[in-house]
Unconditional design. Structure first.
Lengths: 466, 363
């Protein structure tokens, strides 16, 4: 693909949009970007792009900007069917996403991981496994480093492990991963995909361009994934917690086994996995599948899985108490990070906000709050300001983190999420965001311990269900 | 998609007609003076003819060069940098009329300030092509856009040539306006220029005398008011039909500069109101066709180039004619295409060549 002297429009100024614009500009294209956000919201991005020689439209997507382009790159947040894009498509302008753009330029082997939950964990772990086997490895995608930023860094023998969202899959054309993984499909993002069928179809596009010498990995415990298998043309591998699969990774007794037809290989005991939670077991199984498909060293794979820990304080899964999941994102010390955290959950979030105010405008959270947040618990010095600015959910002033966790645990019901993503610095009540995160985790663990005690009292003689 | 269409015949025709009228009027205005000074009545005519020929060749050359070639940073910044250096270099040359406006190479002499106008326009078009949508961002757009104009204008003021400096800033303002600059910024700029203008006009005796002469020329009819009075006498004597070509009297050592900055006075005297109106009409057509090009093109770079070039011609014509009619204090600004003066004619024609190329690329 040659972009030299081509007029290229990048729609949406997320991380991948900025990276795409810079990449294209460096490769001699005449680049414009368009984002509906206001210039104030894009204070960071605009000067960088202007100085690189990129035209920047903000506040709207004007029809004029979309005219006379040779290529349009859409960011994941942009509705693929918005009228300007539809008309450009009618004029025959190619419209692709950042992942597709990256694919056209990338050397090396691509591993693409998608699914409703667990993408980041699986992608990171798979990257660790491949790297532990001594291969040149790059990890990024939807979260982290955009794929386009790997162009140049990736050689012919590099393994590029990418987390791919369903939005990104909507805008692929030729994208053909060497290994494609669908972890699970649960109703999500229906605001964007309209129907579950569309959403499943978008996810399944990850296999679309694969050929017989590529590989696909699917979750045998997920009915939607099983149904997807029919359209897979590449070598198919399964992973399952519940049953033994013909080809793939599964659990027998207390051990993870990799089986490829007649050949079987034990990888590691389940007890050696440091990640907690059933969903993480699935992620480990999927990562093991990837590792075995790239012929990673089994010993290195085992070591990588043993050593892998959730990244502390960044959307860290703490535990589940009475069906309510607790997540620690203490590192979210600003509004943007809180937005990112909220975007990771489809809804029913109990959000703990507050701390030392950094002069932020909390009202920018309101849209996401209205969509995804059930209740807000405010703590710390910024509480008053937050209470006056946020709208769209019930706000419960709680002063301290301990009170916030306690109140959230009382009101949240099974299937809901309690999230510490405070959008503020920690220094009014804690030494650091790490300190704040640790306190949160201790509170949740104490809650879990009390719950366990209560259960053992309620069911005499039983109690230990682990 | 941009497709090639034929060149705007109106712009092309109007330009050539103005140059042709200019040659005739330069001869008419300068013949007696040239004979007196150089022994040949054709001295100024031949020099102007040579520049006009070179200018038309440059115009046709630029007309056939894809204007998109000009957006290369190497060209834009070399042009701007060279202009800046030449504007500094003028101070090393001997002065003429007590000013440092000219650079002389043997017989040839030219004014770098004539280069400043196209250099500013090209730079503005280059910068605003990618930045105009963020025009409200003064730190990253307005400031880098206006800074070179202000710098060059300051150098030109130092020559001193306040008129050309004002023209440069007026062109910059026109391009920024088309780029969508909020009008309140113009008010800020006006407010900011009050103090420098005070020091440049009120505190500089000869400029202040020009202002006083503009307000009441008859207070000092043989001194500061002389120029304006002679100019108005010329325009008035012309009447409706004019005295006839070559028949003007004012140019006979009454009206200073009859072939350069005050050539319009000579036109009015010899060709009358009808001839003057024809000139005004030709510039009006130029304005209309130039704006039309700027409005039609989808390419912002072309839009700003076309705006700047049109503004360059029209702003100068407007100032020049206003001065001649006593509607504005005297400023040393030539009437584009017509006034005697090689560098002005040459660079204006070359710029119009760029404008003509843009007309060929419009949808």
């Amino acid at each position: 693909m040659d972009v030299k002297e081509k007029r290229v429009l990048v729609v949406g100024l997320g991380k991948s949009g900025v990276a795409s614009a810079q990449f294209l500009q460096k490769h001699g294209a005449r680049v414009s970007v368009s984002d509906a956000k206001s210039p104030e919201q894009l204070r960071q991005e605009i000067p960088v792009l202007l100085d690189a020689g990129v035209s920047v439209e903000t506040g709207q997507h004007s029809e004029r900007t979309f005219r006379e382009q040779d290529l349009i790159i859409v960011s994941p947040g942009v509705p693929f069917d918005m009228p300007q894009l539809t008309r450009a498509r009618e004029r025959g302008v190619p419209i692709i996403g950042e992942v597709e753009l990256a694919y056209r330029f990338l050397s090396g082997h691509i591993v693409a991981v998608t699914g409703s939950n667990g993408k980041t964990t699986t992608t990171t772990l798979a990257g660790d496994i491949i790297a532990a086997s001594g291969r040149d490895t790059l990890v990024g995608g939807n979260i982290g480093t955009p794929a386009i930023s790997f162009v140049g860094a990736a050689g012919d023998q590099t393994w590029i492990v990418l987390e791919i969202s369903s939005f990104q899959l909507e805008s692929i054309v030729e994208f053909r991963p060497k290994i494609a993984v669908v972890l699970n499909v649960t109703p999500d993002h229906l605001d964007r995909h309209y129907t579950f069928e569309n959403y499943v179809a978008a996810k399944a596009r990850i296999f679309e361009n694969q050929a017989a010498d590529d590989a696909a990995v699917l979750n045998a415990d997920d009915a939607t994934c099983v149904a997807m298998a029919a359209s897979v043309k590449s070598r198919l591998r399964w992973f399952s917690r519940a049953r033994e699969v013909e080809r793939g990774a599964f659990i027998r007794g207390k051990e993870i086994i990799w089986r490829d037809g007649a050949r079987e290989q034990p990888i590691l005991p389940v007890s050696d996995i440091s990640l907690k939670g059933a969903h993480n077991l699935e992620n480990v199984l999927a990562a093991v599948c990837i590792g075995m498909l790239v012929k990673a060293d089994p010993v290195a794979t085992r070591r990588a899985v043993e050593e892998f820990r959730a990244v502390e304080h960044r959307l860290e899964y703490v535990g589940t108490v009475r069906g309510v999941e607790y997540y620690n994102d203490s590192k979210a010390t600003n509004v943007d990070a809180t937005i990112k955290a909220l975007e990771s959950f489809p809804g029913r979030v109990h959000l703990i906000l507050g701390g030392k105010d950094k002069g932020s405008d909390y009202s920018v959270l309101n849209e996401l709050i209205a969509q995804r947040v059930k209740r807000i618990y405010t703590i710390g010095a910024a509480a008053g300001k937050i209470e006056s600015q946020v709208r769209g959910a019930e706000v419960i002033p709680s002063q301290t983190l301990a009170k916030a966790v306690q109140r959230a645990s009382q009101t949240a019901t099974a299937g809901e999420v309690v999230l510490l993503a405070p959008a503020c610095a920690s220094f009014d009540q804690f030494d650091s965001y790490e300190h704040r995160g640790r306190v949160f985790k201790e509170l949740v663990h104490a809650l879990a311990a009390r719950e366990q005690q209560r259960e053992s009292v309620a069911t005499p003689g039983g109690g230990n269900n682990r | 998609m941009a497709k090639r269409v034929s060149v705007d015949k109106w712009l092309f025709g109007v330009t050539l007609l103005l140059v042709f009228i200019g040659l005739i009027m330069v001869f008419s205005a300068s013949a007696v003076m040239a004979k007196e000074r150089f022994g040949s009545p054709y001295n100024f005519l031949f020099k102007q003819l040579a520049w006009a020929a070179a200018g038309v060749i440059a115009m046709v050359g630029m007309m056939n060069l894809d204007y998109r070639q000009l957006r290369r940073p190497a060209i834009v910044f070399t042009f701007l940098g060279t202009t800046c250096l030449l504007l500094i270099a003028v101070f090393l040359f001997h002065d003429s009329h007590n000013t440092h406006r000219w650079i002389k190479f043997g017989l040839l002499s030219f004014q770098p300030s004539e280069l400043a106008k196209p250099a500013i326009i090209l730079y503005l078009a280059y910068l605003l092509e990618t930045r105009w949508q963020q025009i409200a961002d003064w730190k990253h757009v307005l400031l880098p856009a206006a800074a070179p104009s202000v710098l060059l204008a300051m150098l030109i003021v130092k020559e001193p040539d306040l008129g050309t400096a004002v023209a440069c800033l007026a062109i910059t303002a026109a391009v920024l306006y088309v780029a969508g600059m909020k009008t309140r910024y113009f008010a800020y700029a006006m407010a900011a220029s009050v103090l420098p203008l005070y020091f440049l006009i009120v505190r500089v005796p000869w400029r202040w005398n020009r202002i006083m002469a503009f307000i009441d020329p008859y207070k000092d009819p043989q001194g500061h008011g002389f120029h304006i009075i002679q100019s108005m006498i010329a325009v008035g004597t012309g009447g409706l039909a004019g005295a006839g070509l070559m028949e003007g009297k004012q140019k006979l050592f009454y009206l200073p500069e009859p072939h350069t900055d005050f050539i319009f006075a000579n036109i009015a005297e010899e060709l009358g109101l009808w001839g003057s109106l024809l000139i005004v009409m030709l510039f009006s057509i130029f304005l209309y066709r130039g704006v039309r090009v700027a409005m039609r093109t989808a390419d912002p770079f072309a839009r700003f180039l076309a705006t700047g070039i049109t503004a360059m011609v029209v702003v100068q014509a407007l100032i020049n004619i206003s001065v001649v009619l006593g509607m504005m204090p005297t400023k040393g600004i030539p009437l584009p295409f017509i006034s005697y003066g090689g560098s002005s004619l040459f660079f204006t024609l070359a710029s119009v060549g760029v404008l003509l190329n843009i007309t060929q690329q419009t949808d």
